[in-house]
Design a protein around this ligand. Sequence first.
Ligand SMILES: [Zn+2]
Length: 447
Amino acid sequence: MTPLLIRGATVLTMDAALGDLLDADVRVERGRITAVGHGLADAGAEVLDAHGMLLLPGLIDTHTHMWQGPLKGLGAAMWGMADYHRHIFSLREAFTAEDMADATFATGVEMLDNGITTALDFCHNVMSPAHAERSIEAHARTGQRVLFAYGMLGSIDKLQAEHGWRMEQVRGLARTQPSDPAAMVRLGVALASLEYAGLPLFRQEVELARELGLPMSFHQNVAGQVHELHGAGLLGPDLLPVHCNPILDAELELVAQAGCGISFTPESEVGDGRDTAVIARAHRRGITPSLGVDVPSRVALDLFSQMKLTFWLLRQEEAAAERAAGRWPLARYPGTPRAQPRHLLEYVTVNAARAVGLGEVLGRVAPGCLADLVLLRPGAYEPSLGDPAAHVVLQAGPQDVDSVIVGGALRKRGGRLLHLDRDEARAATRRVRERLFPVSVPALEKP
Ligand SMILES: [Zn+2]
């Protein structure tokens, strides 16, 4: 792989020691960042002129069900979880292994195109061993870095009966999976939801994942579950709870003590009508949240939108607390406001890297880190004044992603994917839809 020299960017390193650098260069060799600074030598390197652009770590999504990508639009008019279970989740059983391959590929390509260089694929549709195998194969073709979180939640009524082969397959996959943190596709475990599986099954899954050294994630949708896990001695920094909307304050303290992050999926949670105050409650306690798209059936594969929405949800909760304390109109009391736009960029880089078990080597533009990078054009008009991180969070969108580099490989340049054609992803989506809905697409009830 030819070394790369990215020349003249405004670099948001997200590294505490390096900070932001103006008109700076980044050198990439053998998949890693080898130098960050000014006036670096370009000997033997392909030079990317990045003057006028922002260079940041590749964005990391920590919770998306990637098999749902071809269902885009189907969830648009849903109201609450009952609709989701009836119209989206129920389609799980209709997906073949072939559908999983096509859907996973199409979703990964679109995410990569939008600057999401790493995703935690919470694959809760492993209905046969082939479903997992084909999904992993598809991930290997997209160029995106992936933590494939193997879904332990099969058909709810057959959880116990089918638990054995899933545990065995995880063990088998772990044997063939490279343990190198630089591997493009790593294995993790998407634990069965505690409310369906019960503690004994859940414990078996956690113990297996720990024995094999695999990161874990789970949907945390019921108050009291974190207490239960703490009581069972199962909480740990390798466990990523998702959503956590009903979590109790004392449970958030346990999450903080255990060193877990949380994955917050703002658009999905607002869409479900959940209480989104958890993000401010977690932020206040020093927990390191990360973000996810969650349900592509109604949320665009775009972390810029998720950053922006989360920032305003944080501000909304803080303002509500101020009003409740009788401090109105808003003014700058010591310690307020807590949330700044730059925090949101931390959520999708350094925090998210930690959440997928790569905190030491991913999520920063620093020597030694994996070379997963995004170059953003500041838009067709003049860039923002002030903090460039605020520009990324509040002004930028996927249309501004000029270049994408993953593991040192240039995957997108000048707004065009280099290693594959978007038509391949479009065709994969069409194939899934033709197989799933040979006659017509199901419509939600009219209002
Ligand atoms: Zn989810």
